[in-house]
Design a protein around this ligand. Structure first.
Ligand code: ATP
Length: 356
């Protein structure tokens, strides 16, 4: 079993693109780590450096205590699964799964035992004689997973492995993947731009933006204690509201002037913003409450199934995202006011860092 450590790892491509900037990250033994971020943030580059396909421009990659910068990909014993399943079209499912084991020159009996074991684990044992073109997308993705698992790698590296599957099958294979990873206890590094997928799979998530690591933490950490406005805005759906505010003191009380209105802060938040003149106020749609009052206008209401998402227009024209409970009778055009669940809000410096 293996722990992966990235120490001051950077990658600059020819032409000068700094795809990864001074990344420090430890993936613990048996951990399911998700690299999450928007397109182009450096996730895939990071994964390919761990695989040995790219060499870091600077910094070190360790597997346990061993520096692997100069180790060939084939000598790293990693199992890779990608978005395109990359199955060999002229081989049956059985042969596809067996192929890496043949390359390893394992005895035939051992190969047969492993192929059948993983096939049954992934419930594709009835498909072993078929060719990839005779399989659905979900089945092909299972075969790709089976092939990676059969190798008994020290580390799984996965790059958006579920993104070609339709929504229902994706959720199904996702659950299976999570269960298998637990069962096998193999250190896994998984790349996605889908925050819902990251929240559901990860032990911990590393959020990246423009080549820079933004925060590493459990799904709960990232959702409830985002370290900066990028993470606050990226994690959570519908997205959090991020609002510019002026801090005003009057008569010993602290207020936020924002949205064309003024909000009195409870004492714990007042203590946090004291000393700041401008902040960014972050509140999730489920923590905004619509109440009787004036100045705010219900602009749209959209049923999501169990609850509704409303856009509420503030006096200054900002549209706030608000989740309404199922029993809400709010209609478009209603004039209202809003309050916040202050226990759940966060305030950030204008530069984006959390004010502790
Ligand atoms: P996506 O989700 O779109 O795959 P990503 O987060 O995985 O994005 P990377 O593929 O790691 O991002 O790319 C990071 C940056 O490095 C991008 O600006 C990309 O254009 C650039 N890049 C990636 N590979 C190369 C390469 N081989 N040569 C030059 N630039 C590259």
């Amino acid at each position: 079993m293996v722990r992966v450590v990235l120490e001051n790892v950077s990658k600059t491509f020819k032409g000068g693109v700094n795809a990864v900037k001074n990344l420090n990250l430890t993936i613990n033994d048996k951990e399911f780590m998700v690299l999450l971020g928007p397109s182009g943030c450096g996730k895939t580059t990071t994964l390919l450096m761990i695989a040995g396909v790219y060499k870091p421009t600077s910094g070190y990659i360790y597997f346990d205590d061993r520096i692997v910068n100069d180790l060939e990909p084939k000598d790293r014993n990693v199992g890779m699964v990608f978005q395109s399943y990359a199955l060999y079209p002229h081989m049956t499912v059985y042969e596809n799964i067996a192929f890496p084991l043949k390359l390893k020159k394992l005895p035939k009996g051992e190969i047969d035992r492993r192929v059948k074991e993983v096939a049954s684990m992934l419930r594709i044992d009835n498909l072993l004689d078929r060719y990839p073109r005779q399989l659905s997308g979900g089945q092909q993705q299972r075969v790709a997973l089976a092939r990676a698992i059969a190798k008994q790698p020290d580390i799984f590296l996965m790059d958006e492995p579920l993104s070609n599957l339709d929504a229902k099958i994706r959720v199904e294979v996702r659950a299976e993947l999570k269960r298998l990873q637990r069962e096998l206890g193999i250190t896994t590094i998984y790349v996605t731009h889908d925050q819902a997928e990251a929240l559901s799979l990860a032990d911990r998530i590393a959020v990246m933006n423009e080549g820079v690591l933004q925060q590493v933490g459990t799904p709960d950490d990232l959702y409830n204690r985002p370290a900066n406005t990028f993470v606050a805005g990226f994690i959570g759906s519908p997205a959090a509201n991020l609002v510019d505010a002026d801090v005003v003191e009057a008569g010993g009380e602290y207020y936020l002037e924002m949205l064309g209105s003024r909000f009195k802060l409870p004492s714990d938040l007042a203590a946090i913003v004291k000393g700041e003149s401008r902040v960014i106020f972050m509140v999730r749609p489920e923590d905004v409450k619509v109440v009787e009052g004036q100045g705010f206008l219900v602009y749209s209401v959209e049923w999501l199934g169990r609850e509704a998402l409303a856009h509420v227009r503030a006096p200054d024209g900002t549209l706030l995202r608000v989740l309404l409970p199922p029993e809400s009778k709010l209609t478009i055009g209603a004039e209202v006011s809003v309050t916040f669940n202050y226990a759940k809000v966060h305030v950030y410096k204008p530069s984006g860092e959390l004010i502790a």
